[in-house]
Design a protein around this ligand. Structure first.
Ligand code: NDP
Length: 470
């Protein structure tokens, strides 16, 4: 097999590689799309890490990941048998030079590495010679504030130009999130309603029933705000709130997301989160039962540093100061160990200005609910009731879509291998996302917002429930 492209995974012994990257690659094969098959043809997966591993062990890791997503056939076989592993420290100039001299053809370098060493690895890469057109793929977090994000950007730009840098946010690869584009922009019914004239508030909610799942080392220094809101949920917001891009390409699409995020800041209007003036709140789970699973309290989880005030549930309200959205609160929320984990975008509509006298009945507002997992759309609309023709009732019109065989990380791999950065985060946008959350992080550091507690398996602190009001 002639190698035309090498996917070099730095940190190949880690969790991300095994659980998400390799299955994502496999899902491109399982999806059976001809253009994806072309992307993986002639590809070599070169794993690298400091831990010793034989080629056979690495091939077994790739095979297991592929089997898990039913990636079969000659393409899967070629990728498995062609996979090789090299022991190397990604921060060492000598090690990187040694790996790179063996590479011919195109190169994609995937940083599956802990955030703490990413800048150092970028600096090291700037000192070695790379094949022309080399693509870099990086995982969040991109820095830890606007300034460090800008510094990281400068280091990366010394390695390759911006068009070859993929800052991965796999939420942008989720078919369910991308479906919002079709719903909004190729549709006469929804788009005219999608603005401040008609919408009272927008909620972007991504709750999980999972707890830490052994990832204390990472999560304990991150928390829900940085892990979810600062990254994934702001990207979802950018798609929910964007103006129609001229085309879904790296220039127009990313300009549209950047325009929204540049216009976004912490909410400055009347309090939205009940009972507090702060546009954010935070909490951490205590012991409880989620479904049938008994879960220890967060601070009793292995590897957690009790002295850190890490939150496992965060809410933040922002405003998008554009003509379309000025005055509409956007509530972003994500939590772990939540009993009924909702994953949805909800647009609550304003009441209609006029109801003919004689029509009566419904008081709750109409809503457009976009389910993010599973992918669904529900229009909660007011209509005449079944019996009394003048009595109004709420009816749900909806549809649920089938899961795409290509996973979110498959979408990421498609972009990275084809060097199409449309669904990756531009450098300036990475900095904007830190700017948006900075006031909340500051308030939390100064303890201006209390860290509350909720029982694992509940919906959050009791006082928060049904408490998000406009
Ligand atoms: P890990 O902590 O598992 O680290 C990955 C690998 O990096 C390790 O196996 C290790 O390999 C190598 N490594 C660790 N420390 C060093 C060091 N000091 N110097 C050089 N190499 C080191 O990370 P994950 O796989 O969990 O995550 C990787 C990235 O992906 C992170 O940025 C994370 O935020 C992001 N991410 C992870 C997700 C997940 O579910 N895991 C989800 C979304 C994003 P070795 O010891 O062999 O060198």
């Amino acid at each position: 097999m002639t190698t035309v492209k090498t996917l070099l995974i730095l940190g190949a012994s880690g969790d991300l590689t095994e659980r998400l990257l390799l299955p994502g690659l496999g899902s491109l094969i399982a999806g059976g799309i001809a253009s994806d098959a072309a992307l993986v043809k002639g590809l070599r997966i070169l794993g690298s890490g400091r831990s010793p591993k034989s080629d056979a062990e690495w091939q077994a890791t790739v095979r297991t990941a592929f089997d898990g997503v039913k990636a079969k056939g000659q393409a899967a076989k070629d990728l498995v048998t062609g996979a090789t592993y090299v022991v190397a420290d990604p921060t060492s100039h000598d090690d990187l030079s040694r790996i790179l001299t063996d590479i011919d053809g195109e190169l994609v370098i995937y940083f599956a590495l802990p955030p703490a060493i990413v800048a150092e690895v970028a600096k090291t890469l700037a000192t070695v010679e790379l094949p022309p057109g080399t693509v870099l793929a990086l995982e969040k977090p991109f820095g830890s504030d606007s300034r460090s994000a800008a510094t990281l950007n400068r280091h990366l730009l010394k390695v390759v130009p911006e068009e070859q840098i993929h800052r991965v946010d796999h939420f942008l690869g989720m078919a369910t999130v991308l479906n919002i584009l079709g719903l909004r922009f190729v549709n006469r019914l929804i788009e005219p309603t999608w603005n401040a004239d008609n919408v009272e508030k927008v909620e972007i909610i991504y709750d999980e029933d999972l707890g830490l799942e052994g990832r204390a080392g990472y999560y304990d220094h991150s928390g829900a705000l940085k892990d979810m809101l600062q990254s994934h949920l702001l990207q979802v917001l950018s798609i929910v709130a964007m103006e129609a891009p001229t085309s879904i390409d790296p220039v127009d699409f990313r300009a549209a997301t950047a325009q929204v995020l540049r216009a976004t800041q912490v909410w400055s209007g009347e309090p939205v989160l009940g009972g507090t003036d702060a546009p954010s709140r935070r909490a951490r789970y205590a012991a409880g039962t989620v479904g049938t699973r008994t879960m220890p309290g967060y601070t009793s989880e292995k590897g957690v540093d009790k002295s850190l005030d890490t939150e496992t549930l965060a809410e933040m309200v922002v405003e998008v100061n554009t003509r379309r959205w000025a005055g509409v609160p956007f509530v972003l929320r994500s939590g772990k160990a939540i009993g009924v984990p909702r994953k949805e975008v909800i647009l609550t509509l304003k009441p209609v200005g006029f109801v003919p006298r004689g029509l009566k009945g419904v008081e709750s507002p109409e809503r457009i609910v976009v389910g993010l997992r599973p992918s669904s759309l529900t229009l909660e609309l007011t209509m005449n009731g079944d019996g009394d023709p003048f009595g109004l009732e709420r009816h749900d019109l909806g549809t649920t879509l089938e899961d795409s065989p290509v996973t979110a990380y498959g979408e990421v791999m498609r972009g990275v291998l084809g060097n199409d950065p449309t669904l990756s985060i531009r450098g300036d946008v990475a900095e904007q996302c830190w700017r948006i959350v900075a006031p909340v992080l500051n308030a939390w550091q100064k303890n201006e917002v209390p860290l509350e507690s909720y029982r694992a398996g509940s919906q959050g602190p009791a006082a928060w429930r049904h408490d998000v009001t406009v």
